[in-house]
Design a protein around this ligand. Structure first.
Ligand SMILES: NC(=O)c1ccc[n+]([C@@H]2O[C@H](COP(=O)([O-])OP(=O)(O)OC[C@H]3O[C@@H](n4cnc5c(N)ncnc54)[C@H](OP(=O)(O)O)[C@@H]3O)[C@@H](O)[C@H]2O)c1
Length: 833
């Protein structure tokens, strides 16, 4: 069924499009319940289509060109929304952090009507539908303990991964890396726990229907109860912000990747520099090292596990995989050895690895550098130490480090074994520890770590890799902090290259996803540039265009959602917004929620601009005094629209759609068009503005202060806003009391042209020009545009008393309330009908 005012709106619109149809009688319409009955009534045909159940989603646009991004922390006001999935969780667990925060979080949640149990990390049940992982708050006294937190987090995610991947749920990680996700590098030990947030980012990718949040809570010596209340406040008011920093002074922040090209200075690397490069014999690190050799002639030590051996004579001159396999099988046959195909495969890999290392050594020498190759596993601290002793004996102390060693073993969290996790994670993390420890006595001047964009964005199947690289990012920050401002520490989050671990199959996958690859020569050049560029920019992302989606601020291909809970306690002012005794949700509050949702979905979004706001079904708050209501705001990229447009829908019980609009989430403030014309007005003769019927509003909504006059051309007057009305504090983004007042003025004008009481049912566009709420009186100008039987259209502009525009509605459509007695009076003409 369609609610009665909607029926009048549909019929009014049909009649305007097909003037031959009978005149709409609002009272008769109230009796028609379905679209079929309406169609019958009108004896015509309707081309209307039902609103789609889900907002359409578009893929990120494909673009090209390698870009560099710097990660920055930015203040981020809480949206006021409940984190999605919290109120729906039926089996919510909080993992024990060993310092008393977990029981305090569980009891604060229970106090707010959400049951939660504290469990040890190893006992998280596989059927939990909510997990708050507090392991990142654990006290750690050594790097070993800090690194173990990452494994603990992985095990917890693995326990629930199968359920979360299929059914969703709420997954929250909490860590203490200073509230800025370790960007400052202040705590050298806790930096090794930093992988926890990258687990959350990967979980968000692998579990698209789950609600995932990573919190960095600066404990700063505060007690468990205080920390718990900060966490719970974030769960109830922080909405869907994915990464949230909570500082000890109450400041809330988030992270953003900002495009910023490197400004390289003169090359500080010279032939006396002794650089140790893990993984430098092969792959993209090798290409980078060759470029470094060309530009610096530094002395270079390459580390890799492959041993340099002479290849079998039968392989010489054979370059293709199949040819090498044939040659090795022939060798085996001749010597009477039985070999399996996989053994042959391993031998071929060895031959190819050897060739690659030799080719790198030749190229580095040809570029003018002295070079050594040491076959060593970078995780083997003792072997590494003795290898570097030898280097020092020959070349003197080591002055620079590059950590490029890395392996992949992609598997979804649900399927990844602890052994697979360790292999990938330890190559990077234990490798870095061994390198730093083996060079602890060396006068290092710079360190470059080969990290990955996966740390920043998460990636399917790569939780271990993303977490390890995130640890690298934050240990780089800690090294820079500890060693002082002249020390260069860089962690480059590479996007995929045209080479190295990007196999032809992977390349095809990236092509399909519209992700451009970094050409080898360009990546190598950027690596050397980075060594000398802005030493303060430690953590960067360098990659082929990804539509900016993974980097935080622009395109998104997923449906985002936030939830808002409404009852008498949370929204006391709504008791004064009742139609026929029942509280109803004001359109102005729906706009406020959409503005907050836009900021939650796109933290960089500018002041509010929306278009095509539709009231598809008004919201009666039947349970306002009882159990309350929960609403969801869904956001998704607009199908076929620009990357800066989101369709935002307000849905209620059973996913019923109530309001929808297209919201512009581009950055920056909106600018008002020219000032509105002044309508010619007749005298305002009605006595009570708030008569309980035409304007049904109670004290909290009685914002109209004065009315200058009215005519079919328009109406002007003054009103006050949310601050003056003293509404309960919320993170206001627009001024809902003033906007409601603007719509009240629209209703007063509509009364003039329609002859009865109406309600606003659609808005062509709305723009707000201010980030803060105005104080004092606000001037309101209504300009009539159209008037029909049951429908009228006007624009409404709000200005301060010096004439600066505060907000503007264009195309406010008001529809006569069903059953409304219509009294049409002849007033001055002016509005076309
Ligand atoms: N290629 C990309 O698109 C891409 C994107 C983002 C980040 N990265 C990062 O860039 C680095 C290089 O990647 P790549 O694509 O060139 O990979 P690759 O071709 O597989 O090369 C990896 C290198 O690491 C060495 N290595 C692996 N484990 C080692 C260990 N335990 N000890 C010493 N050396 C070890 C390998 O030599 P041995 O096999 O001889 O040990 C090889 O030289 C990695 O850290 C990777 O995470 C690459």
């Amino acid at each position: 069924g369609i609610d009665s005012i909607k029926r009048v709106e549909i019929l009014s619109a049909m009649r305007e499009r097909a003037p031959g149809l009978p005149e709409v009688n609002a009272s008769e319409m109230a009796a028609l319940r379905t679209l079929g009955q309406i169609v019958d009534y009108m004896r015509g045909r309707s081309g209307a289509t039902a609103p789609s159940a889900k907002p359409a989603v578009t893929a990120a646009p494909k673009a090209s060109g390698v870009q560099r991004f710097v990660l920055v922390e930015e203040p981020c006001a809480a949206s006021g929304f409940v984190v999605p999935g919290l109120s729906a969780a039926t089996k919510l667990v909080v993992t024990d952090d060993g310092s008393g925060v977990a029981p305090a979080v569980a009891s604060a949640l229970t106090g707010r009507g959400i049951r939660a149990a504290v469990v040890p990390s190893e006992a998280v049940p596989s059927d939990a539908d909510g997990v708050i992982f507090l392991g990142g708050l654990r006290d750690v006294t050594s790097v070993d303990e800090a690194v173990a937190v990452n494994r603990e987090a992985f095990q917890v995610a693995r326990s629930v991964a199968a359920r979360f991947a299929s059914k969703g749920g709420l997954f929250v990680t909490v860590q203490d890396t200073g509230g800025d996700f370790g960007l400052s590098g202040r705590d050298a030990t806790r930096a090794w726990t930093a992988g926890v947030s990258a687990l959350a980012r990967t979980a968000a990718v692998e579990w698209p229907t789950a609600s995932v949040k990573a919190i960095d809570l600066d404990r700063a010596g505060r007690d468990a109860a205080t920390l718990a209340s900060a966490i719970v406040a974030e769960l109830f008011t922080g909405g869907s912000t994915r990464e949230v920093g909570l500082h000890a002074d109450g400041a809330r922040s988030s992270l953003r990747s900002v495009a910023r090209e490197a400004a390289p200075a003169a090359m500080a690397v010279d032939p006396k520099t002794v650089v140790v490069v893990s993984g430098g014999g092969r792959g993209v690190t090798a290409a980078s090292v060759i470029e470094l050799a060309k530009r610096s002639h530094a002395r270079i030590v390459l580390l890799g596990r492959s041993r340099l051996e002479d290849e079998p004579a039968s392989c010489r001159g054979v370059s293709d995989d199949a040819g090498l396999k044939r040659a090795l099988l022939d060798d085996a046959k001749k010597s009477g050895r039985a070999v399996s195909p996989s053994e042959v495969g391993v031998q071929v890999s060895k031959v190819l690895a050897n060739r690659e290392v030799r080719a790198t050594l030749d190229a580095v020498r040809a570029a003018g550098s002295e070079v050594r190759y040491v076959a060593v596993d970078v995780q083997d601290a003792a072997a590494l130490r003795s290898a570097l002793d030898e280097v020092r004996g020959a070349w003197g102390p080591i002055t620079a480090l590059v950590h490029g060693a890395g392996v992949l073993a992609d598997k979804l969290i649900a399927e990844k074994t602890p052994e697979q996790f360790d292999r990938v994670f330890d190559t990077k993390v234990a490798g870095l520890r061994a390198l730093l420890s083996a060079t602890a006595g060396d006068p290092l001047r710079w360190v470059v770590l080969f990290s990955s964009v996966a740390a920043r964005t998460g990636n399917n199947g790569q939780c271990d890799y993303a977490m390890a690289n995130e640890v690298l990012n934050k240990v780089a920050a800690a090294e820079r902090h500890a060693r002082g401002a002249s020390f260069v520490a860089k962690s480059i989050g590479w996007g995929p290259w045209e080479g190295g671990m990007v196999t032809p199959a992977l390349k095809a996958r990236f092509d399909q996803m519209g992700v451009a690859l970094i050409p080898l020569a360009e990546g190598a050049r950027r690596f050397v540039d980075e060594i000398t560029a802005a030493p303060g920019e430690v953590e960067t992302v360098v990659g082929g265009a990804m539509g900016e989606g993974p980097l935080g601020s622009k395109t998104t291909a997923t449906v985002m959602s936030v939830e808002v809970a409404v009852d008498q306690g949370s929204h006391p002012y709504l008791t004064d917004h009742r139609v026929a005794g029942k509280p109803v949700l004001p359109v102005a509050l729906a706009i406020e929620w959409m503005a907050r949702a836009a900021r939650a979905f796109r933290p960089a979004a500018g002041t509010m601009r929306l278009r095509d706001l539709k009231v598809l079904r008004g919201i009666k708050l039947d349970h306002y005094e009882g159990g309350g209501h929960r609403f969801t705001l869904l956001g998704a990229a607009k199908a076929g629209g620009s990357a800066d447009e989101l369709v935002i829908e307000l849905r209620g019980k059973d996913n019923g759609l109530h309001f929808s609009a297209t919201v512009d989430v581009s950055e920056g403030a909106r600018r008002p068009a020219e000032r509105p014309a002044s309508p010619k007005l007749g005298a305002w003769t009605r006595e009570a503005v708030y008569d309980g019927h035409l304007l049904f509003h109670g004290p909290a909504f009685q914002v109209i202060q004065s009315i200058d006059g009215v005519s079919r051309e328009g109406l002007t007057g003054t009103l006050t806003g949310t601050l003056e009305r003293g509404w309960s504090p919320e993170p206001w983004r627009v001024d809902p009391a003033a906007l409601d007042g603007a719509l009240q003025f629209a209703l007063l004008w509509s009364r003039e042209v329609l002859g009865g009481a109406s309600l606003p049912m659609a808005v062509g566009s709305f723009e707000s020009y201010s980030e803060s709420l105005p104080e004092g009186a606000i001037r309101c100008v209504v300009l009539g545009r159209e008037a029909h039987d049951s429908r009228a259209v006007c624009d409404v502009v709000l200005e301060d008393l010096s004439g600066h525009a505060l907000a503007a509605f264009r195309g406010v459509e008001t529809i006569l309330r069903p059953g409304e007695p219509v009294v049409r009076e002849e007033t001055s003409a002016g509005v076309p009908s």
